[in-house]
Every structure is written in structure tokens, then in C-alpha cells.
Design a protein around this ligand. Sequence first.
Ligand code: ADP
Length: 441
Amino acid sequence: MKSIRARLLLISSICLSVVTASALLTFASFDQYSRLNSEISMSYDIVDAMLAYKYKTLQAGDDSTWRARAETLRPKFRADAVKAVLKDPSSRNLRFLSRSEKEYRQYLRPLTGYFLKRARFFGALALASTLIFSFGLLMYVLVRLFAPIHELSSRMEEFVHNRYSYEFAVPAPNEIGELQSAFDRMAQEVLHQIDELKSLDKAKSDFLNIASHELRTPLTSIKGSLALLNSGIMGKITEGAQNLMTIALDETDRLIRLINELLDLAKIEARQFPLHQEWVSSDELIAKTLQGLTGFCQTAQVRLEVENPMNVELHIDRDRIQQVLTNLLSNAVKYSPKGQAVTVRLESETEDGQMRIEIQDKGRGIAPEDQALIFEKFRQASSPQNPLVKGTGLGLAIAKTIVEQHGGTIGVRSRPGEGSTFYFTIPKWRRTTNTQLRAVV
Ligand code: ADP
């Protein structure tokens, strides 16, 4: 009988039987005690009534009631004595009745004491066994159930916080032991799967790393050769061939960009991208980023504007945050209709006291279901309106990682057809006194 349920059932049934039996015996003894007491008081009543009968002070009709009661009186000698007085209320009969009733009472009195003691004893036994049972049950539950459950929950907590270590121990042969073994089996299975996933992920990252490195060198020389051919230095080429070469150059550029982004991401994920944080003027950062996008904006015929420039310094890795800003701005330009403006805005009145940088466009917007997805690797919003806009789907994933490395957050507010506002926050910033001119491209 080792299971906790069986033990509890056994202990409960023993204790309940003891308590029930004691309670029943208490009740029975008390009942007996009450009956003996009423016999004694009836004995006094009989003597009083028979005296009243002799001296004719008995209420009218009561003698017939006593005659009827005499038939049921037990033991028989009492019935005979009452009947004798009712028949002949002589002093002799009355004396006999008084004496026999007195003796009967003397016989009953010790019995009442005995039954009262019995009732008290079994009452106390019922009470004591109830208390002992409740206390025993409480201790059993505390020691056998709560303590191991608490221990198991601490081990689960350790597992959640990556501090789980398997310790060999023979599990208790009960339900808690089974639960502990099941948890250990599950934890080891999960750890095993995590190890497998990690090695798969490492193999994938290594492959991507090597493939990207190996692809970048030939692609760069293909690009150089194509550019040379396209420039006409190597001899005149037809207009058709030049068009084809321009397409090839564009696609090579796109491949090189993808490879660079893949390498960036691999480095960031492998934590080989330490941040070099310093105080950087926000004006300077924005001006430099806008400058780098001048040619791109002219081709796309989209204006870049800076709204409410602020005189602040940000504690950031200059190159990495410029990379984020460039990605968000080039996306905004890419998805804006010709002739529209893209606005950069700084916002310091945020709830968490961080500096927020917003990039607003009046482009096609992003469907609500796509707004969280686009920050994941290789995810792009479905774009029925503009299926020709080509990208890698990596830019926002890289931007998110960089911003989070700085302790900030990145997000988007958008309504399809009404444009989008991408934003990211920088937790560490301070005001400066030195105002500079903001660029408007
Ligand atoms: P890429 O632009 O290279 O595809 P990103 O990660 O930068 O990769 O962007 C992911 C997707 O998010 C884009 O493919 C596009 O569908 C959507 N997106 C990003 N910026 C905007 C924007 N300003 N307006 C509309 N859609 C956008």
C-alpha cells in the first residue's frame, strides 16, 4: 500500500470508523442516562400521586389515568404495588409502595452515573480522534504532498531559468515520485531537443556564413566586369546589350546587398557585433544619413524632410544606428509614391522617457496582420499594389536586433492606403546646447 491515495483512504477510513463508533456510543450512553433519569423522576411522581390518591387530593379523572399507566409500569413489582394502592389506599399498601420505589431509585442511581461516565468517555474519544485525525492529516499533507510539490516547482523554476541540472535520486514510490520522474524525463527530452536545434542552427549559420563569404568575392568581380563592359571602355555595345547589362548589374547589386545583410545578421546572432557606444548628435546623425540617401531620393522623386529637430545627443553605436535609420528611410522612400515627402521626427515626450525617432511616409501602408511579421527574418508584407519592389526581407530584422541591443524598441503604426510611421527608441540621451542646421533634401 504505497500510493498516497491508498494511504489517505486507509487512514481516513480507520479514523472515520473510530470517530463514528465513538459518536454512536456517546449518543447511546446519553440516551440511556436520560431514560434512567426520567425513570427516577417518575418514581417520585408515582409516590406523590398515590399519596394524593389516598388523601383524595388527586385531580378528577387522574386516578383512571394512573390505572392505565400501572398496566405499563416495569418492573412488574412496581405495577403490582401501584395497582394495590389504587385498589386499597391503606397505609400498609402505601408504605410498601414508598419503600419499593425508594429501593428502585437506589438501584437506578448508580446506573445513571455509569451511563453519564460512558457518555463522557466516548464523547471525549470522538473529539480526541477527530482532533488527532485532522492534525495527522494536516501533517501528512504538509510533509508528503506540499514539501515534494514545492521542491518539484523549484526544479521547474530552475528549468525555466536554464539552471536545471539532473540529480540522480530514487523517486518515492508514489504519485509524487511518478510526477518527479515524468518531469525529469520531459526536461531531459527538451534539453536534448534544444541541443539538437542549437547544433542545427549552428550548422545553418555556418553554412550561410561560408556560402555568403564564398559568393561575395566572385559577385564583386562580376559586378566590376559588368560595370566595365557597360561603360563602353572595352568596346562599343548595342543598346539592347546595354539594357541587359543594366538589369544584370541591378540584380548583382541586390545579391551583394543580400549577402552583406546575411553576414551582418549572422554576426549579430553570433554576438560578434559588439556595440561601440558614444555620444552622437542627433542632428549630425540625421544629416549624414539623409546625405547618403540623396541619389536614391532623386531617382525615386521623393523628398526627405526633418520635422521639429531637437538639440539632443544619443548614446549609440553611430554606424549601427545609421544603418537602422538608412534602412527605415530607404524603405519609406521605396514605398512612397512619386512627389511625396518622407518625414523624420524626434519625440522626447514618450511614456518611458526614451528618445523616439519616427519616419513617416505617405505610401501604401501595411496591413495589420503584416505589421508584426515584417520584423522577422525573410518576411515581407504581401504587396499586390507594388509586386515589383524587390527586397531581401532582412533589413527590418537587422534593425530590430540593433535597436534591441541598444535597449530600445522598434515598431510601426500604419493603415493600408494611408502610409506608415516606423519608429525606434533610444533609452540613453541628453540635451545639448549646440544647434546645427538640419538637412532638407
Ligand atoms: P526589404 O525591404 O528588403 O524587403 P525589410 O525587412 O526592410 O526588407 O522590409 C520587410 C517588408 O516590410 C518589406 O518587404 C515591405 O513589405 C514592408 N515594409 C517595410 N517598410 C515599409 C514601408 N515604409 N511601407 C510599406 N511597407 C513596408
